[in-house]
Design a protein around this ligand. Structure first.
Ligand SMILES: [Zn+2]
Length: 296
């Protein structure tokens, strides 16, 4: 039986979850677990329960618990828009009120690891239940996973339903490849000079592969402590970005393109109305783009 909390449509970036896994792993893997709380209440834990593993699968954090004589149990959380993991010492004051904020808490002797406001959380009584859950079973290859096979990603991008979809929307589709969120979507397409509105069916294989390879490289460059940076200090386009700027086009509508100085554009895109930022000059359209909404 799985315990679920409310689910909402959300889009964190995959590097966030890999960072969380790296941060939590030393405090959970191989460590005795004293208590586990889910948003609906405490979970009874068998004597001798220990943390076994902490992994990221796309944007899902997977924590496995084991106890002598019992099958491993698996906790899956998804941060969504508002979720966040925190680490406290036992007795330390939490940043949010535990009584007012839905949360997951993993208690050990030395730490309390808290996920506030998870968009999804499921405790599986057997690892096979996790693998059968469509939230995991339908995921494409993790762009931060070992041995990423871009042929597999390309084949998933090429399924019939994607041919007419805009490449920016397909990049967010975790069934093709897991890890890209809204920041990387705009940054990757800018770096590869691809029009975000171009239908995937009109884009050559070489370019699709380059887009996903770039996404994997940018994600990998950000699996460390500190702020997410998709633009290095020295731009490869002959221009320096203003000091402290982390992104090429993301949230920079109206500013000059770092490559060609044309104004960067920003517009909501797709059924989820996620903002897309791009340079209309050096990410020239492959096909006519729908006009922006007028009036109200
Ligand atoms: Zn440009």
């Amino acid at each position: 039986m799985a315990a679920r909390c409310a689910s909402v449509p959300v889009m964190p970036e995959g590097d966030t979850i890999h960072k969380v896994a790296l941060a939590l792993r030393p405090h959970v893997a191989g460590v005795p677990i004293r208590a586990l709380r889910l948003p609906h209440g405490d979970v009874p834990m068998a004597a001798g329960t220990r943390g076994v593993a902490v992994k990221a699968r796309g944007k899902h954090l997977i924590v496995t618990f084991g106890a002598p004589g019992a099958p491993p149990r698996v906790l899956r959380t998804h941060l969504g828009m508002n979720g966040s993991w925190h680490r406290y010492r036992p007795g330390e004051r939490w940043r949010k009120s535990p009584s007012d904020t839905p949360h997951v808490a993993i208690h050990t002797d030395d730490w309390v690891l808290v996920c506030f406001q998870p968009a999804q959380c499921v405790l599986y009584q057997h690892p096979g239940d996790l693998e059968r859950d469509p939230a995991i079973a339908d995921l494409g290859p993790d762009l931060l996973g070992p041995g990423l096979d871009l042929d597999v990603v390309l084949a998933r991008a090429r399924v019939a339903r994607n041919a007419a979809r805009a490449v920016a929307e397909v990049l967010l589709d975790q069934r093709v490849a897991a890890g890209v969120g809204n920041v990387y979507k705009s940054e990757v397409l800018f770096l590869e000079r691809v029009d975000p509105w171009a239908p995937v069916g009109a884009i050559p294989d070489l370019v699709i592969r380059a887009v996903y390879a770039r996404a994997a490289a940018l994600l990998a460059a950000n699996v460390h402590d500190g702020a997410r940076v998709t633009a290095p200090e020295r731009a490869p386009f002959g221009h320096r970005l203003p000091p402290g700027l982390r992104h090429w086009v993301y949230r920079r509508a109206g500013h000059p393109c770092p490559r060609c100085r044309a104004p960067i554009a920003g517009r909501p895109q797709g059924p989820q109305v996620r903002m897309t930022y791009w340079c209309p000059s050096c990410q020239a359209p492959l096909v006519a783009r729908p006009s922006p909404p007028t009036g109200s």
